[in-house]
Design a protein around this ligand. Structure first.
Ligand code: FMN
Ligand code: COI
Length: 359
């Protein structure tokens, strides 16, 4: 931001503003998708394609964005998705993001490939008090590790640091085919590493070890036995998997295609969400992510059955542009846009939003 007028007034402009702040390698890593990037493009396009159907003259006195996400009463439904290696965007990395989340009462899901330790991120969130006293939960995203002892170590660190849920990512048993990363020759620069992992990097160079390590439904029993935290699965798109997750006693689902970074040409999340919602029939709470860039997108996601949304790339764009203040501003912009969209649709309480809001 410079001068009197901000350099960006919405999340699309934010992506452009971040361009000059990022190295070519970091930009390729953050912005890219899998394959020909059809799913990357379909995610935002399919939110845009949905049409809101406004209602008029509805009472709006007392409107608010408060809602529930799982057992958490939250000030608004906009959370930060797990995004790895945030020190590629800003030297303070995930600490700055966490301070912004706490200041804006936004939940944060910390990547297990974080470039800052979970203990430091949790402390940073605690140092920033929300004046209204609203909570900003910190959840820990888990990538299943080849070694159970290491998986257990991650779980125990997250618990001890005060994380209030685990998010097991299930849509990336292998790294997607990412031409942009290969073209840019992406590798982590000196000083940035996955601090929770002994070798500091996520991926093995051949498929076999990854596939051996990939978790199955059976492993969820082990996970359940080894944590007292609620477990959410991230990366569910198929109603049949949603039903299996319910049977497996999971606590919530994140409808996600990993921001179009794993399987190209797979379904968009706006397409999958109502189908997953129909499968779980309100018995499992849902979050959704992928291409959510406007308050209208957030309202559509809630209308289709999600309790809230996660924001991926814009958080690292905002971090690159303005550190913690940039991320805080990004969350605030989206929340204000959501409030406007709600008012114009005659919706005073997100808990009453449903498919009647959509044409
Ligand atoms: C640079 C980058 C790194 C990511 N790292 C992780 C990760 O470590 N764990 C994970 O579960 N998802 C990861 N994701 C996926 C996000 O959590 C989220 O699903 C996706 O970014 C949402 O789409 P959006 O970027 O269009 O908002 C990453 C996404 C990006 C863009
Ligand atoms: C280190 C990666 C596996 C993190 C990730 O999930 C991603 O880049 O999409």
């Amino acid at each position: 931001m410079s001068g009197d007028s901000p350099a960006w007034v919405n999340l699309h402009e934010l992506a452009d503003a971040a361009g000059p702040k990022l190295s070519a390698q970091a930009a390729a890593y953050f912005n890219g998708g899998a394959g020909d990037e059809h799913t990357l493009a379909a995610n935002p396009a399919d939110w845009q394609r949905l049409h809101l159907w406004p209602r008029t003259l509805a009472p709006l006195d007392g409107s608010h964005t408060r809602t529930m996400i799982g057992p958490n009463a939250v000030a608004h439904p906009i959370w930060l998705a797990p995004v790895a290696y945030q020190q590629l965007a800003h030297p303070e990395g995930e600490v700055a993001t966490a301070m912004a989340a706490a200041a804006q009462s936004a939940g944060m899901v910390l990547s297990s490939q974080s470039s800052v330790a979970v203990e430091d991120v949790a402390n940073a969130m605690r140092t920033v008090a929300d004046p209204a006293g609203d909570v900003a939960p910190l959840w820990f995203q888990l990538y299943w590790q080849p070694d159970r002892a290491l998986t257990l170590n991650l779980i125990q660190r997250a618990e001890a640091a005060g994380c209030s849920a685990l998010v097991l990512t299930v849509d990336a048993p292998v790294h997607g085919v990412r031409d942009c990363e290969r073209r840019a020759g992406f590798s982590l620069p000196a000083g940035v590493r996955a601090v929770h992992l002994p070798h500091g990097v996520a991926q093995a160079s051949t498929l076999a070890p990854l596939l051996q390590a990939a978790p199955t439904w059976h492993d969820l029993n082990w996970l359940r036995e080894h944590t007292r935290l609620p477990i959410w699965l991230k990366g569910v798109l198929h109603p049949a998997d949603a039903a299996l997750a319910r049977t497996a006693g999971m606590d919530g689902l994140i409808v996600s295609n990993h921001g179009g970074r794993t399987l190209d040409t797979c379904v968009s999340t706006a397409w999958a969400l109502p189908r997953v919602a129909d499968a779980v029939q309100g018995e499992l709470p849902l979050l959704v992510d992928g291409g959510i860039r406007r308050g209208t997108d957030v309202l559509k996601a809630v209308a289709l059955g999600a309790q809230g949304v996660l924001i991926g790339r814009p958080q690292v764009h905002a971090l690159a542009c303005g550190g913690a203040l940039g991320v805080a501003r990004m969350i605030r912009l989206l929340r204000d846009e959501l409030a406007v969209a709600m008012a114009l649709c005659g919706c005073s309480d997100l808990r009453h939003a449903n498919r009647d809001l959509l044409a």
